[in-house]
Design a protein around this ligand. Sequence first.
Ligand SMILES: NC(=O)c1ccc[n+]([C@@H]2O[C@H](COP(=O)([O-])OP(=O)(O)OC[C@H]3O[C@@H](n4cnc5c(N)ncnc54)[C@H](OP(=O)(O)O)[C@@H]3O)[C@@H](O)[C@H]2O)c1
Length: 231
Amino acid sequence: MSDPASRPIAVLGGTGPAGAGLALRWARSGENILIGSRDAQRAHEAAEKIKREAGNQSRVSGMENSAACAAADILVLTVPFEGQATLLKQLKPAIRPGSILIDATVALAAGVGGRASRTLGVWQGSSAQQAAELVPKGVSVAAAFHNLSAEILNGDEALDCDVIVCSDDANASQLARSLAAKIPGVRAIDGGKLENARTLEQITALLIGLNIRHKGHSGIRITGLPDGAYV
Ligand SMILES: NC(=O)c1ccc[n+]([C@@H]2O[C@H](COP(=O)([O-])OP(=O)(O)OC[C@H]3O[C@@H](n4cnc5c(N)ncnc54)[C@H](OP(=O)(O)O)[C@@H]3O)[C@@H](O)[C@H]2O)c1
């Protein structure tokens, strides 16, 4: 794998609010961002917008999703659950061996005409576990960023939210936590195995319900852990 300091981060589905918000925050922190889309022109336009918001010094470019996979070994997946499996199957040949995929997908019932404040049952247990089944052998998956509000990510304020990272691979978990900690206001916490991602997704559904009920942008904070548990 290349030098972590110069490794680009490909945000697949980065034209949507969740991916664009993460990309904006990482671009501001100096990371080299590749916005991925099913359409290269849409990716280019989204990248230009993020670059304008992050400042001229920022490194943001846009390309079709498979080109982004071929150019990066850090992949962040921010697409709706209903498109996740098809997209990963399409991208499989382009994903580089040894890559780390960080999945932020939430299996919300809204995607199939249900309520956004409810999750779908996923056969594998969670969206992230489904992703882990679909990536090429040797590619590690971490689940993270489910509980961050895209609306706040796309603004200038610090987030008031912890990011819990779940993964079966220590390096993938470490990488996701270091990226989380680059977002102002975020503390990253090791949430254990990938199977715990199902709880992260359910928390998102709960937060959406709270946002509707109370008209806000809720997040979560975990208290009571020793200082060393927070990155
Ligand atoms: N919004 C939030 O606050 C938030 C917070 C945490 C997690 N999440 C999760 O993060 C993911 C993305 O959220 P979002 O609100 O940004 O979603 P979104 O706007 O619906 O979709 C993001 C991008 O995914 C691509 N896409 C849409 N349908 C697709 C399909 N069928 N196959 C492949 N790509 C498709 C589109 O990009 P192109 O058309 O350019 O390819 C779109 O711009 C979701 O799973 C969501 O549950 C969202």
